[in-house]
Each structure stands twice: as structure tokens, then as C-alpha cells.
Design a binder for this molecule. Structure first.
Ligand code: SAJ
Length: 425
């Protein structure tokens, strides 16, 4: 039988996490009101369409809107549960977390809060953010009681439940991943578990506090960042020592307790390149390894660029009489990882931008997942097919459609190891 505790759920922020989550609740026949400050997003969703790219999201949103379970608006309405899924970027040289969107969302929902309501912070947040949110809500609504002062007897329940889904697989992972739920009190956690149980088949694991849940999410992404940094550093060392890093990793990974990740042109996306900074900025003297990993990964695109320049120099030495303007470049991939169209914080895009602005010769970009080049690359040529010829080839993203292609002739910088030695000796 369906749990009727939540007749209406409000999701604040209809982006990469908020919209799929809203659609998921709505697919379980619960009324969902999505709130966003972007009128274009609101209109698009109300037409049953989506403004972001994520496999299978379009049909779930379409069905939910058509059946009347999901609608979007710019004004907050009363609900039994509020999920806040707004951006939490960092700002400044010290990478301080910017909680202004969470603060604005708190200010927006505070006027409509009523006793018995549940407020969940889903955005990836620095440790202490949920308590700060509880403080902002309490300040705005002195007529209500909150868990920080009234414990399990509070009018309002508050929890942190970080999203952990992988872009590209959001619709599966939302259902099947385990959820970490950090309520401010036991009653808060129990109500939050009840909410997620409406569609989550993974375990809903209760953390002893929101702080543990906040740190848990930051730790997961930092763990991955540190491991990718290890692979990226190894690739630079191996290049110097004339060792094939992909062969090396494949061999080392045959050890039962070694599992090295893959080097690449750097770390992109809006999560792994951001979240570790929340740990670093809260413990700058202690978080030495986490900071260094960020620096190693951020420096990788610069190293790839230096290898491209080196290859152009070698080509010119081999072809006396030619100038840099005669050298054609082919760049393979712009997205932040394979088989998506998302270019946010993409190291491949950063490398391409720099090459297009600095290189005087022709630049081809092969990117099958986009229809047109971003404005910053307008002087390049977009190819969705394999180019016939180029003097220097720069492989940046291992899209499935690139694999199995024969190694292009000419100089090659293969940042993804597509054409690495695949056979074990
Ligand atoms: N990358 C490598 N080498 C690897 C693996 C990844 O260079 O071996 C690069 C990718 O090319 C990409 C970047 O790292 O540029 C990040 O890609 P990703 O697939 O590792 O992760 P995201 O950013 O798409 O999603 C991560 C996930 N976190 C973890 O796997 C610990 C996801 O579960 C989180 O929900 C998401 O961050 C988030 O929203 O925080």
C-alpha cells in the first residue's frame, strides 16, 4: 500500500539532480511541485520537456507532467516535504564554499513551512551546512520549533541526504544506489527514510548526524579525485621514463589489492573537481593529500598542451620550410567524460579552447555528441565523422564510437590511451 505521509513534495532547484528526483517521486504518483528561478526551465518542464540531457529523463518527465503529478513554478507552495537541490559552488582563491543558493532556498520556503514538515538538503555541502540551514529557517520562523532547540519534539524535521548519482546513469542510480541519511534527530532521519523509500530500492542508511552525511559525500568524491590524481601523475612519470602507462596499469591491476584508475586529460564535471575543495577549505593545514590531488588533476590539461606543442615542434623540424600555420590539428572529444554531451568544467574543452586560440593553422574538432561548436571554438571546424588527415592528432575523450578506429597517421597525443598497447606481453 502506498505511504500517504507525503501528499505533496516540493523540490527546490530543477537541475541535474532536482529534476530527476522530482520526476522519480511523481512517477510514484505523488504530487510534486518543482521550483526554479529560471523561467525557461519552468516553461520547458510544464510542456513535458527537459532542459538538460540525461538518458531516460525525458520520458519520465513527459509522463509525470501529462498525468498531472509534476508541475514547475517559480513561487514556492506549501508541501509536506521540501527537498533543496540547488548549486553549491566555491568562490575565490581559497575555494570557499558558496552557500548563497541554499540560503536563498531557505528564505523562499520559510514562509510556507508548517508543523510536521520535512526539509532535506540534497545539495553537496560543506560540513555544518545543514545546521546553518536549520539556523536560517529558525530565524525566519520564530513561531515554529526546530530540531536544534527542541530535538525530537520539533515542529520541523531536518536532514541532509546527499545525492550520489552518476551523470549518464541518474535514472537507474537514483533508484538502486544506497542513500546516506543524516537527520538532525532520530525522528528527522526516520521521516526522511520514509520519504526516500517511496522510490529507492537500495538501503537507506542512517548516519548519526548531518555532519557525517555531509562529510561522507565529500569523502566519496575526494577518494575518486585522489585516485585519478595518482593515475594522472603516473602518466606523466611514465612519459618521462618511456613506459606505456596503460600497459603498466593493466599489469599492476593484476595484483589482488591494486586497482589504479585511468589517466586522462584532467578531471572535469561539476562534482569531483569541486567537492574536495570543501574539505580543503575547512581544514587547510590538514587536508594536504586532498589539496595536492586537486592540484595534480588541475595541472594535467597544461601538461597535455605542452605535449601538443612539442609534437608541433617535432613536425616542423621534420618538415623544414613549413610554418605552424601549415600544421593541421585534429582534436577528438570535448565533453568531460565519454558518451555524454556535457562540457561543464571539461578539461578537453579547456585544451581545445587554448589550441584554437593559439594555433595559427587549421583545427578540426571531432565530437559526435554535439550539434554545433561552442562560441569559443567557432574558428575551428566540427566533424562528426573521422577526419581524412591531420598532422597532429589530440585524443581527449574515449567516446565509444572512437574505440576500434585505427590509429591515425601523423603525430599523436593520446590522453586516454585509446591506441595504447592493449596486449599483455
Ligand atoms: N576520470 C578519469 N579517470 C578515471 C575516472 C574518471 O580521468 O578513471 C575523469 C572523467 O573523465 C571525468 C571526471 O574524472 O572528467 C569525473 O568523472 P566520474 O565519472 O568519475 O564522476 P562524475 O563527476 O560524473 O560523478 C561523480 C560520482 N562520484 C563518484 O563516483 C565517487 C557520482 O557518484 C556523484 O554523484 C557525482 O560525482 C556528484 O554529483 O557528486
Amino acid at each position: 500500500m502506498q505511504d500517504r505521509t507525503f501528499r505533496r513534495i516540493s523540490v527546490i532547484g530543477l537541475g541535474y539532480i532536482g529534476l530527476p528526483t522530482a520526476a522519480m517521486f511523481a512517477s510514484r504518483k505523488i504530487e510534486v511541485v518543482g521550483v526554479d528561478v529560471n523561467p525557461r526551465a519552468v516553461d520547458t518542464i510544464n510542456r513535458g520537456e527537459i532542459h538538460i540531457v540525461e538518458p531516460d529523463l525525458d520520458m519520465v518527465v513527459h509522463a509525470a507532467v501529462k498525468e498531472g503529478y509534476l508541475r514547475a513554478t517559480m513561487a514556492v507552495e506549501p508541501a509536506e516535504a521540501f527537498l533543496i537541490a540547488v548549486p553549491t559552488p566555491f568562490r575565490g582563491e581559497k575555494h570557499e564554499p558558496d552557500l548563497s543558493y541554499v540560503e536563498a532556498a531557505s528564505a523562499a520556503i520559510a514562509p510556507v513551512l508548517a508543523p510536521g514538515n520535512l526539509v532535506i538538503l540534497e545539495s553537496t555541502s560543506p560540513v555544518g551546512a545543514t545546521e546553518a540551514m536549520a539556523g536560517w529557517l529558525a530565524e525566519a520562523r520564530p513561531d515554529l520549533t526546530f530540531p536544534q532547540t527542541h530535538g525530537d519534539a520539533s515542529d520541523i524535521r531536518i536532514a541532509h541526504c546527499p545525492e550520489r548519482v552518476l551523470p549518464g546513469k541518474v535514472m537507474q542510480e537514483l533508484i538502486s544506489n544506497d542513500r546516506v541519511i543524516g537527520g538532525m534527530t532520530r525522528a528527522c532521519s526516520e521521516l526522511a527514510v520514509r520519504l526516500y523509500r517511496t522510490f529507492v530500492t537500495g538501503d537507506c542508511v542512517v548516519a548519526s548526524s548531518p555532519r557525517v552525511a555531509e562529510m561522507c559525500k565529500l569523502t566519496e568524491n575526494s577518494f575518486r579525485d585522489v585516485n585519478i590524481a595518482f593515475a594522472n601523475e603516473l602518466s606523466i612519470i611514465c612519459d618521462k621514463l618511456d613506459v606505456d602507462v596503460w600497459e603498466l596499469i593493466r599489469l599492476a591491476n593484476r595484483h589482488p589489492r591494486v586497482n589504479i584508475l585511468q589517466p586522462g586529460p584532467g578531471v572535469g564535471g561539476h562534482c569531483i573537481a569541486v567537492d574536495p575543495w570543501f574539505i580543503v577549505s575547512s581544514a587547510p593545514d590538514e587536508a594536504r593529500l586532498i589539496r595536492t590531488a586537486r592540484e595534480v588533476n588541475d595541472a594535467k590539461p597544461v601538461w597535455v598542451l605542452s605535449k601538443v606543442r612539442e609534437a608541433i615542434g617535432t613536425y616542423l623540424m621534420e618538415n623544414p620550410g613549413k610554418t605552424a600555420a601549415d600544421v593541421s590539428l585534429a582534436i577528438y572529444g570535448l565533453t568531460f567524460k565519454p558518451d555524454i554531451d556535457d562540457m561543464r568544467e571539461s578539461p578537453a574543452l579547456a585544451i581545445a579552447r587554448r589550441l584554437v586560440s593559439d594555433h595559427p593553422g587549421p583545427v578540426l574538432v571531432v565530437e559526435p555528441n554535439i550539434a554545433s561548436l561552442p562560441v569559443s571554438l567557432q574558428s575551428a571546424m566540427l566533424e562528426d565523422d573521422w577526419p581524412n588527415a591531420a598532422d597532429v592528432h589530440v585524443m581527449l575523450v574515449d567516446h565509444s564510437s572512437f574505440k576500434g578506429r585505427s590509429r591515425p597517421k601523423g603525430h599523436l597525443i593520446d590522453a586516454r590511451g585509446i591506441w595504447a598497447n592493449l596486449k599483455c606481453p
